[in-house]
Design a protein around this ligand. Sequence first.
Ligand code: T46
Length: 309
Amino acid sequence: MKLRALVEKDAPLMLEWMHDKNVTRYLSKPFGSNTLSDCINFISENASPSADADFLNLAIASDEGEYMGTVSLKNIDRLNAYAEFAIVVRPKAMGKGFSWYGMREIIKIGFEKYGLKHIYWCVDVPNLRAVSFYNKHKFSLAKNVPSAVKDHYRGQDDLLWYEADEKDFIEKCLFGCRIISIRTVPTEGKGCLHYVESLKDVPFDIKRIYYITDVPKNVERGSHAHRTLKQLLFCPYGNIRIILNNGSEETSVDLDKPGKGLIITSLIWRNMIWTVPGSVLCVAASDYYDEKDYIRSYSAFRNYLKGKQ
Ligand code: T46
């Protein structure tokens, strides 16, 4: 699964759900009269939004690139750090994890790239399928929806409002792992100094530091999980993509600035991709090196998780 820009060849598949009453029944806008050229226009207007655009519409796609639905951040308010979320998937994609994947990834973009703190959305109370989806993923009902957001739904009663709060959601998306800000001390005209302290910034005692250098571009390392080890990963120079997998779902975090750290808990399968050559991966670990703590086969990892249940 992936998120990607909308492309023209998505138009017929977009039209397919627009003309399916089972999909559109609870949507706030009527789509039934839309035509193929409406879809093509929507795609061309949304394919590459400007840096200050107040919307982001992306395709949820299969690994092969087939369009499965659209996921959106709407009315992005950078000043007040909030936006609205919307999603629609084709019937073919329902019940296969595409909705959860698309939702997770776009909300993560909202928090990480747009600096949002809250993302809101609403569903019609009778839309039981959506309500049970959000309940299953343990979203809380929104307590204080800004009136500017509610105004977009004026005249619609019977709405349940949900909210994704940055801290809770990032943890939920990252399978209990966590992004931390590494303390940064700027020195006028002389760069920055970054530091972390054991048991203060990092939730474990640091027993080992190691770092990985000289990795060519696009090389992938990792492919293992740890039984008990916890680690802080950070990239003081370059950009390294960390792919996390909890045995059934996958997500990624870009370590793209020196002040960003990722705490990986135990029992998470990880891969690291060097997207910029020369990038340096630094790791602070909760224990000494012990090869017996590694699980280096994905099927053994899944079996280990099953045994733990
Ligand atoms: C991890 C990711 C982020 C040692 O001798 N001492 C050490 O402290 C470490 C970490 C590794 N090694 C040996 C074990 C292997 O023979 O160095 C060799 C390369 O290790 P590995 O293939 O596990 O490297 P990566 O980059 O795949 O994974 C490393 C860490 O091993 C792992 O704990 O989470 O970085």
